[in-house]
Design a protein around this ligand. Structure first.
Ligand code: CP3
Length: 335
């Protein structure tokens, strides 16, 4: 929370995107007990347990609520399933489906997730930040349109180009639902929230303004008007030279950087405020010098400004636990 307020700490705080997940045997165990993946997201007792697992094991400085960005389409009445080895599968939405989205009881549907947030705030030590989150409208829409993840999310890009007015209706619904959801998480006890825009980087030209910058700025404004002083991290993955525009236009307190951002650009971005990231998750799989060199490079480059140490994208299931331990030790040892 100090870094989000602009402070520079001698040892940066550390947490990892997707820190609760399949690289942990204890997660796989709880996941089995829960039944389906969404059952786990909507079971406060088990969701609290899996959120706490990486905190107990590694002592991260922040816990991230265990849920998924796709609970929003689920709450809007769409079919959402998670299949082993396949990722999320949704019923692809069309213009008719967009007209029929049920946006009236999003928070009722998500009540168990909000219960998880308040339970977590009670169980976590005071010094551990609790981060809530949602997906950015564009990223959530890409899965709703294609019905799954695709290499370049072409179905949603094409839909946005060929039926812009209908697509805008979808984005507007997602802006409202996501704003309400983040406000509710903050009121339930989240200390800060992150907006995951994992597919921001594939939007070009006016599409980036229309579907990324515009909608995210509206969410930030809505949240800040309901919860004054709310701390918000934006993660517009892969947006390259647009990171600065993203921070300025959206008003987020901190931007999450992926590993492709050049060192000099990252330093410049940090002049404008706190940054989070940006270790290549593959360095965490590789371990050894690849990991140490990656950590040191980030600490040398960004360690003297406001930095939250994190990966440049989510941790992968094949990550060895010993490498996560090595990472935490190396970051905490400092330079
Ligand atoms: O970070 C955390 O530990 C909190 C929980 C969290 C999950 N998903 C749990 C999850 C968070 C913050 C997310 C965000 C999310 N979900 C994003 C944005 C970040 C990113 O990685 O780009 C996206 C795009 C999704 C959608 C999603 N959910 C995909 C594409 C997948 C399949 C990929 C995979 O890893 O299997 C999921 C499933 C998912 N979400 C899992 C977890 C732990 C694995 C499912 C399982 O346990 O069976």
């Amino acid at each position: 929370m100090k870094v989000l307020a602009g402070e520079k700490l001698a040892v940066p705080p550390i947490w990892l995107m997707r820190q609760a997940g399949r690289y942990l045997p204890e997660y796989k165990e709880t996941r089995k007990q829960a039944g389906g993946f969404l059952d786990l997201c909507y079971n406060p007792e088990l969701a609290i347990e899996v959120t706490l697992q990486p905190i107990r094991r590694f002592g991260f400085d922040a816990a991230i609520l265990f849920s998924d960005i796709l609970v929003i389409p689920d709450a809007l009445g769409r079919q959402v399933a998670f299949r082993e080895g396949e990722g999320p599968v949704l019923d692809p939405i069309d213009a008719n489906g967009i007209s029929n989205l049920q946006s009236d009881n999003v928070l009722d549907h998500l009540a168990p997730v909000l219960e998880t947030v308040s339970g977590l705030r009670n169980e976590l030590p005071d010094e551990t930040t609790l981060i809530g989150f949602c997906g950015a409208p564009w990223t959530v829409a890409t899965y709703m349109i294609a019905g799954r993840g695709t290499p370049d999310q072409a179905p949603a890009r094409l839909f946005a180009l060929s039926q812009p007015a209908v697509f805008e209706k979808l984005i507007d619904i997602l802006v409202e639902a996501s704003s309400e959801y983040l406000v509710a998480q903050l009121k339930a006890g989240a200390d800060a929230v992150q907006i995951f825009d994992s597919w921001a980087g594939i939007l070009g030209g006016d599409q980036f303004e229309k579907w990324c910058l515009g909608p995210v700025s509206r969410i930030v404004a809505n949240v800040q008007s309901e919860v004054p002083g709310a701390r918000i991290i934006g993660f517009p993955k892969g947006c390259g030279t647009q990171y600065n525009t993203y921070r300025e236009r959206t008003g987020v307190d901190c931007i999450g950087l992926d590993w492709s951002v050049p060192e000099e650009q990252a330093r410049m971005l940090q002049q404008g405020g706190p940054v989070q990231g940006m270790l290549d998750p593959l360095r965490l799989i590789a371990g050894g010098d690849a990991l140490n060199d990656g950590v040191d490079a980030i600490l040398d480059n960004l360690g003297s400004g406001p930095l939250i140490f994190n990966l440049g994208h989510g941790i992968t299931p094949q990550t060895p636990i010993a490498h996560v331990e090595q990472l935490v030790e190396r970051v905490r040892k400092g330079r």
